[in-house]
Design a protein around this ligand. Structure first.
Ligand code: ZN
Length: 320
């Protein structure tokens, strides 16, 4: 991976920066036209439509009114969020006066048990490495798992368990061990801990603590369209449309600062989904004169180079 990153850094945008094809506003405007995400291919929500929901008082009130506000967006929700939304919809029939938070609290206990079951299997797998790690790391893993178990097996812990903090601690513990394969293996197991976007139980447990309107917005948040830096900012990728691809918030956040090659490894259909996006951009440009040719051509070139030719967009329809 290190090798790939070094090669990735060599891509040169500099010669063209005077010629930025689309302004941020023009690029964002494309999100009004049901653009599929570059990575997962799902239809994205315009960020302004999401922001408009922030002012909706109905989302703070009873679940029935909140459901009616969110219903038009149901088709673009991600699978976990859609399941939770349907659960809330059913519960709102039974408890018409309760809000989203109160409804999630009704279901929290059973989902928390399901979550703890999954988590404890993963912590056990990590504990196994105490047998093969050096004494110092082995002791640190033991202490971390004891503390973590104290949190997850306590029905009312002082501080809730945080997947992000746990993975950070695991990384810190294994960072100096010589066997890199072993190091990656342990981190990989920790990464399998459920996230709220991947498991209904994790969503319910995490969100039962949030305000009703925040829960409502979280049901839509993964679908919001964003600008993905194709060459990550941390690798000096430019902050303009020469280096921007339209991607949903879920895929953008999942990628972090990793190279696009790793993103393809985790999302094997990304090349096909990128083609879906390109086809949509071409059709918008040709039929409605929205967007422009230079942006699409640049997107092809940048993706082709940074993905080591794994994403090779077919732009033939652009020149018909
Ligand atoms: Zn996506």
């Amino acid at each position: 991976m290190v090798k790939k990153r070094i090669r990735t850094e060599k891509f040169n945008f500099k010669c063209k920066t005077e010629n930025i094809p689309l302004t941020r506003r023009q690029l964002k405007n494309l999100l009004n036209y049901r653009i599929p995400c570059l990575c997962c291919g799902r239809e994205m929500l315009h960020p302004d439509k999401y922001l408009e929901l922030l002012d909706k008082e109905e989302l703070k009130g009873n679940a029935k009114s909140a459901v009616s506000i969110l219903e038009p967006f149901e088709k673009i929700m991600f699978p976990v969020e859609k399941q939770v939304f349907n659960m809330l919809k059913c519960l709102s029939e039974k408890y018409p006066d309760k809000n989203f938070q109160q409804l999630l609290k009704i279901r929290k206990q059973s989902h928390e048990l399901a979550l703890v079951r999954i988590q404890s299997i993963i912590f056990n797998k990590i504990s196994f490495y105490r047998r093969i790690l050096p004494a110092k790391e082995s002791r640190q893993i033991r202490n971390l798992i004891i503390k973590t178990n104290d949190i997850i097996f306590d029905p009312e812990p002082l501080k809730p368990f945080s997947r992000r903090i746990f993975i950070g601690k695991i990384k810190k513990i294994v960072k100096n061990i010589e066997n890199k394969k072993l190091q990656n293996e342990i981190i990989e197991i920790a990464r399998r801990l459920p996230r709220s976007g991947d498991e209904v139980c994790a969503f319910v447990v995490k969100n039962a603590r949030k305000r009703p309107e925040v829960i409502a917005l979280n049901l839509l948040h993964p679908s919001v369209g964003t600008f993905e830096h194709i060459l990550p900012k941390s690798l000096k990728g430019p902050n303009n449309s020469l280096n921007f691809a339209l991607e949903c918030s879920y895929c953008n956040n999942s990628r972090h600062h990793y190279p696009i090659t790793l993103q393809i490894e985790e999302n094997p259909y990304m090349p096909q989904n990128a083609q879906l996006q390109a086809d949509k951009l071409i059709s918008l440009y040709r039929k409605k004169n929205i967007g422009n040719k230079e942006y699409i051509e640049n997107l092809k070139e940048v993706l082709f180079n940074l993905s080591y030719e794994q994403i090779d967009l077919d732009l033939s329809k652009l020149y018909l």
